[in-house]
Design a binder for this molecule. Structure first.
Ligand code: NIG
Ligand code: FE
Length: 388
């Protein structure tokens, strides 16, 4: 994760949306097309676009009241227990139309592109009923086709127990497994299935039932694991062959070993620990154990109202003791790996999709070091220079 393959005085040639050549400018010998667009990056750094592998960027309403309550000492769990949290966003999303959901997410995607994120995973999980979950996933599919940004849709029907099923967890799990998952798989509405495996949400047993059903239907797996309590979510992710296990603030030593052995990506979310002030995932232990570590924003109205990947890198470096090189790897190629896209995304290599940013910084380390400002000057998606 510390080897970035930096090229000084470099150049990149893109053709038909892909990287055709990359190297030192003086070493390019091939012919150049006449109608080529040239972008001068003198004095800047060219980087792969960020791959934000974990977001909840489709929601309605906002929860600044909870932010204020936490500033006075309330915890995320206190607030959820008082009717706030995920369920308060669920009631807003259920009132919103597909058009409204698409519109607000589209604006966020544009703003994310401006901050260098060229691919974002987005989860459902604020509908928690057949109709609203499907509406969210259909909206995401439409955005994937219409937006400039890359969108990877994840089904997170197991985000919380909806009010209609209060006291009836098995009933809701049955709805997910028997009705929602088969429909979503048949209509090809999601690439991944995710579960919030946590005390008071979905236990290990429920998570296993839901994820196993999703796997049989051909969905790839992700798990919100070991965030608030050390439950063994990481071990479950390893056992089921999940692509990533995310959060991991409370992962156990056995969990670290399990991820390393199974080659599961650890999706760390520095912005959540920063926002909720509940401690950081053991990034060093994971990296030193050989686990591929990705960082993502988890952008959502409750636990992290930021989608800035450079800010996530800053927090990773200052609070989790990741080096700037590791943080950059975690925000690009390892983010792509967390989405099963590392063969095509996340680095500037011949044959890969030409997703790049030009940052007005003298050195790549400035991205994390000089925080709170947007250094991104140009964004290239699929080989096209975007006007944002
Ligand atoms: O990843 N942990 C569960 N879900 C989100 C929070 C969503 C919310 O609070 O609305 C998370 O932190
Ligand atoms: Fe999340």
């Amino acid at each position: 994760m510390r080897e970035l393959g930096i090229v000084t005085d470099g150049a990149v040639l893109c053709r038909e949306g892909r990287v055709a050549w990359v190297g030192k400018t003086g070493e390019f010998t091939g012919p150049l097309p006449d109608d080529m667009t040239v972008l001068d990056g003198t004095g800047m750094v060219v980087l792969p676009g960020f791959v934000d592998s974990h977001t909840h960027a489709m929601f309605a309403g906002s929860r600044e009241r909870e932010f204020a309550l936490r500033s006075e000492g309330a915890t995320y769990q206190d607030i959820a227990g008082q009717g706030g949290g995920i369920l308060s966003t669920v009631s807003q999303v259920r009132k919103a139309s597909k058009r409204e959901l698409k519109h607000s997410t589209s604006r966020y995607l544009t703003e994310m592109l401006r901050h260098g994120t060229t691919t974002a995973e987005i989860k459902s999980g604020y509908g928690l009923a057949m109709e609203t979950e499907v509406t969210m996933l259909e909206a995401l599919r439409e955005l994937r086709d219409e937006e400039l940004s890359g969108v990877v849709p994840t089904f997170l029907g197991a985000h919380a127990l909806p009010p209609e099923f209060a006291g009836n967890l098995p009933g809701y799990v049955a709805l997910l497994v028997e009705r929602l998952l088969p429909y979503i798989a048949r209509k090809n509405l999601a690439v991944f299935c995710d579960v919030f495996c946590e005390q008071g949400y979905f236990g290990l047993e429920e998570a296993e039932t839901i994820l196993s059903a999703a796997k049989v239907l051909g969905l790839k797996l992700k798990v919100h694991a070991d965030e608030l309590t050390s439950m063994g979510g990481a071990e479950l992710a390893a056992r089921l062959g999940a692509v990533s296990a995310d959060h991991l603030e409370k992962i156990s030593g056995r969990g670290v070993e399990a991820l390393a052995e199974a080659g599961v990506v650890a999706g760390l979310l520095p912005g959540v620990s920063f926002s909720l002030n509940h401690g950081y995932a053991p990034a060093r232990r994971l990296i030193d154990a050989g686990v591929p570590v990705a960082i993502a924003s988890d952008f959502n109205p409750g636990s992290c109202m930021s989608f800035s990947m450079p800010l996530m890198m800053t927090i990773a470096c200052t609070q989790m003791r990741m080096t700037p090189e590791e943080a950059l790897t975690a925000a690009t190629i390892n983010g792509a790996a967390a989405l099963g896209l590392s063969a095509t995304h996340g680095s500037i290599e011949p044959g890969k999709q030409a997703d790049m940013i030009l940052a007005s910084v003298p050195d790549y380390r400035f991205l994390a070091y000089h925080f709170g400002v947007n250094h991104v000057r140009s964004v290239i998606k699929n080989g096209t220079l975007l006007e944002l």
